[in-house]
Design a protein around this ligand. Structure first.
Ligand code: C5P
Length: 241
């Protein structure tokens, strides 16, 4: 597959067209951002680590029957994906209270959330990704109701699969954000899954092993991502066919 012009540059990834109208290439960069792009740094190895991390998780989800856009690794920092028509919404599931939920509702960090919560946010940097709901999404045409129902169902199926996968590495999946799109009418998981878009705590010590290390200036960000990867069986040095 031939790489063509850049379609879009996000905060941490760039998206390229290809000679196949149904396929795109994602490039994971070393750029790391937080607080709606107000804090930005380059972290060595991040593009490579997140590319491998995402490939591992997407393959695990695919094997479990989840429709995902990921197709294959292309290089250390690139992968090939199906071209989706993205819904401009972020689906967030929380198993343990942290981050935005604690700030918004004043609940204590670390309490178990039973059942896990599901929230929708509009993808809009200018407006600071405001919280929305199914009714607003439908009325303003951001997503169709039946597509949101399916995205929510898939998000909870993914929760079951990934909670188990991370717990096998003695890690708690605290919360995470997913983005979905349509591929020939089918609601399909897009974007990425990496420690940039989820919270992972050591199950014994509750040490933070995700992007909160960057947000909170704790240091050892990429080392923590690599440690998480090793615990769940990722070989970051594996060659690409
Ligand atoms: O900030 P908040 O607590 O609402 O984030 C919930 C989860 O969603 C976290 O794991 C965070 O990393 C992720 N998230 C994200 N991108 C955003 C907003 C949240 O990856 N724009």
């Amino acid at each position: 597959m031939e790489k063509r012009q850049e379609l879009y540059a996000g905060k941490a990834k760039s998206v390229f067209e290809t000679d196949d109208p149904d396929r795109l290439i994602l490039e994971f960069r070393d750029d790391t951002s937080a607080f709606d792009g107000k804090k930005v740094e380059q972290l060595e190895r991040k593009g490579r680590v997140n590319n491998r991390f995402n490939a591992f998780i997407m393959n695990a989800l695919k094997e479990a029957g989840i429709p995902v856009h990921f197709e294959r690794l292309r290089s250390n920092t690139e992968c090939e994906v199906k071209r989706l028509t993205m819904m401009p919404v972020e689906c967030v599931v929380r198993n343990i209270a942290a981050g935005g939920l604690c700030r918004r509702l004043g609940v204590e960090e670390g309490i178990a959330l039973t059942p896990p919560t599901f929230e929708l946010f509009l993808k809009n940097d200018e407006k600071g990704d405001p919280m929305i709901n199914e009714s607003l999404a439908e009325t303003f045409g951001w997503a169709r109701r039946e597509h949101l129902v399916r995205a929510r169902e898939l998000t909870f199926q993914i929760n079951d699969i990934l909670q188990k996968l991370f717990l096998d590495g003695n890690l708690l999946l605290v919360d995470y954000k997913l983005e979905f799109g349509l591929f020939h009418g089918e609601v399909t998981l897009g974007d990425e899954f990496s420690p940039d878009g989820c919270r992972l705590w050591d199950a014994t010590t509750r040490e933070k092993m995700d992007k909160d290390r960057f947000r909170q200036g704790l240091g050892g960000v990429i080392e923590a991502y690599e440690e998480v990867g090793r615990r769940i069986g990722i070989d970051f040095d594996q060659t690409i066919d």
